[in-house]
Design a protein. Structure first.
Length: 164
């Protein structure tokens, strides 16, 4: 199965941050880590669920898919940056770095430490991860699947089997 590179820009920001703060942080991230363009453009934005609306607005503006990360998971990730404010508020050294790593999936890595917007209201970090592309079902597989009924248990097994 093929793997595609996920290039996830994760965001952390204060409640006072504006869309312009996030735009500036994203543009600065692109300028800072332009060398990752050998992998292609940033193809996902990510934020903690509690911070999602502003990042979704940025996603609509830039036409980039947005991934939500559970707030409770932030403290489970080791980050490059160790901000005391972030540690006290969210239990992680950098919300942007933690969000980027979580959204990029297992074995993701940060391209570098997070950047801070010029107004100091937002941070952004870039993580690279890999997503497996599943082969499309051909007509034969679709006919077989439609011929047999699947109980929830059989369906879970089928999905697990296909993802292995």
């Amino acid at each position: 199965m093929k793997q595609s590179v996920l290039r996830v820009a994760g965001f952390g920001f204060r409640s006072e941050a504006t869309l312009e703060s996030l735009i500036q942080a994203l543009d600065q991230l692109i300028d800072q880590y332009g060398s990752v363009y050998k992998y292609g453009l940033i193809n996902r934005l990510a934020a903690a669920r509690s911070m999602l609306p502003l990042v979704e607005e940025l996603g609509r503006l830039r036409n980039i898919e947005v991934i939500a990360v559970a707030d409770a998971e932030l403290s489970t990730v080791a980050t490059l940056t160790h901000s005391t404010h972030s540690l006290q508020a969210r239990g992680t050294g950098s919300v942007a770095e933690a969000v980027a790593l979580l959204a990029a999936g297992p074995n993701a890595r940060l391209v570098g430490p997070r950047i801070i917007s010029t107004d100091r209201q937002a941070t952004a970090a870039l993580a690279l991860g890999f997503a497996r592309k599943l082969p499309a079902l051909d007509n034969t597989a679709l006919k077989i699947a439609s011929k047999y009924s699947f109980t929830p248990r059989k369906l879970r097994f089928f999905v697990d089997f296909c993802l292995v």
